[in-house]
Design a protein around this ligand. Structure first.
Ligand SMILES: C[S@@+](CC[C@H](N)C(=O)[O-])C[C@H]1O[C@@H](n2cnc3c(N)ncnc32)[C@H](O)[C@@H]1O
Length: 202
């Protein structure tokens, strides 16, 4: 089974264990035109508030994109799913009111490049909503995450368990408002450090 196929199953379990509430919280209060980057199988789509005018959902993987297209048809707001990658977003400068990244900044090849591209397509004052797992603040768990990262990256679609995404957002020039929490995405998984919040492009 490839990563995309496995993720379809794992994301359903994780959403039943609380992930769906995290997604709804990440998207609450959004409005206007939104770009969602690395939309996967579209697990966020059902949670967009009706104040959102349109979502452009960018997903590079063909299998996940097919599932996202199905999820888009069930959403309460118009969602258009397209191929593409975080480093070259299909949008003009300042075109979007908001950008959404969930569980994806762990997987892009270079967060700094992806976030510079997010700033490019966001209007001045636009917001980036995020829900991401990050490196543990516990020195032992953090070191273990560093240790498994080279292998994990190869089997899990490029995912890095040890990224410091909050600081990557700050370094990219965003003003960040984040909550940090532990979450067990699967029954036998130890708690994984996550952040959720809003980053403003100034
Ligand atoms: C763990 S999944 C998360 C999917 C979805 N965002 C969610 O919240 O369920 C990681 C996603 O990042 C996507 N991805 C990986 N590299 C990417 C890149 N360079 N640009 C855009 N998306 C990417 C994968 O195809 C996959 O859909």
């Amino acid at each position: 089974m490839g990563f995309a196929e496995a993720y379809i199953r794992l994301s359903e379990v994780s959403d039943r264990r609380g992930g769906a509430e995290h997604r709804a919280r990440m998207l609450a209060g959004l409005s206007g035109r939104v770009i969602e980057v690395g939309a996967g199988n579209g697990r966020n789509f059902a949670h967009y508030p009706v104040s959102v005018a349109e979502v452009l959902a960018v997903e590079p993987d063909p299998l996940l994109r097919r599932h996202a297209e199905h999820a888009a048809r069930q959403a309460r707001v118009p969602v258009h799913v397209v191929g593409g990658e975080a480093d070259h977003l299909p949008g003009a400068d300042g075109e979007f009111d908001a950008a959404v990244y969930s569980l994806v900044l762990c997987s892009v090849p270079d967060p700094a490049t992806a976030l510079a591209e997010a700033r490019r397509v966001l209007r001045p004052g636009g917001e980036l909503r995020f829900y991401e797992h990050i490196r543990s603040g516990n020195p032992v768990f953090g070191a273990l995450e560093d240790l498994v990262t080279p292998l994990w990256t190869r089997v899990a679609g490029g995912c890095h368990p040890n990224r410091d995404t909050g600081n990557a957002l700050r370094r990219a020039g965003f003003t960040v408002d984040a909550d940090r929490f532990g979450f067990r995405p699967q029954a036998l998984h130890p708690p994984v450090a996550h952040i959720i919040g809003t980053a403003r492009s100034t």
